[in-house]
Design a protein around this ligand. Sequence first.
Ligand SMILES: [Zn+2]
Length: 187
Amino acid sequence: MIFEACRCAWEGCIRSVRDAVQALLVLGATALSQQRTVREFVVINLSDRADGDGVFQRLAQVLDLIERFDPGRLRRMRRYCKRIYIVPGGASEGSYWRSTNACALHVNHILSDSVLSVAMTIVHEAMHARIELAGIRYVSGRRMRIENACVRQELEFAELVPESGPEMQEARMALARVCAGNSTGTI
Ligand SMILES: [Zn+2]
């Protein structure tokens, strides 16, 4: 128990330093980036794709899908997470940035995957925001429970959308990988 408490404190210290560095880098990059308000979210394009690629428009379609099938969820998401960063491609489709209380979405995911798949990613990351704002920190001992909660939200939302079987299957597989310990990052 003492070891667990020390580990949590150490993880919290590392996270605080990492968050501070990330916040500084993001604030610097934000000043040089395209920024728009899309469906009441502040969206900052940190990727190398220009607006001509339709990335903001695609994101509007994603938020419209959530509004259409689960408007109450979208209203709640605006309270938990007001910013969305569009970032260059990476290992995961999205992540929650605690330092700026923002959802980060990879540009290739936005432009190449289905609108529903991107919507599920936003739903997932917004749940991370909700959990963080409730004061529950993302430490290794809680990782599986937190990811379970986030994927459950994805699946709850996807059940409301017709023909969502493939995306739901993908979400279940991602969760299984985390449970099996095959992934060390967030999903
Ligand atoms: Zn996650």
